[in-house]
Design a protein around this ligand. Structure first.
Ligand SMILES: [Zn+2]
Ligand SMILES: [Zn+2]
Length: 103
């Protein structure tokens, strides 16, 4: 048993990410979600879910991102929790709007 036995595949149909950009963020950016642990490289939004891309041969199911990782569950879950804490600190709602008329 080696510690690098972690596998990534869809928890529903076992489709494995092929390294291509199948995931689109709401900001419009398309990238490989598994390269960044589901963080959008453009707007830094962290996706807690990942869809199995039907267009690439997957089943189309939407699953928690962490459920895609198999083999190192404890470690990965810890990692994800850690980064989600970091996100809560750095991603504190960037809902900036101009309210110049408010007095
Ligand atoms: Zn984005
Ligand atoms: Zn699937």
């Amino acid at each position: 048993m080696t510690s690098d036995s972690v596998e990534i595949y869809c928890p529903c149909c076992h489709w494995e990410p092929d390294g291509r950009a199948h995931w689109q963020c709401t900001c419009g950016y398309v990238w490989n979600s598994f390269e960044t642990a589901a963080v959008c490289p453009k707007c830094q939004y962290r996706w807690k879910i990942s869809q199995c891309p039907a267009a690439a041969g997957g089943c189309g199911a939407v699953s928690p991102h962490v459920d895609w990782y198999h083999g190192l569950d404890d470690l990965v879950e810890e990692l994800v929790e850690e980064t989600q804490h970091a996100e809560a600190a750095t991603h504190a709602h960037v809902a900036v709007s101009c309210a110049a008329n408010e007095s």
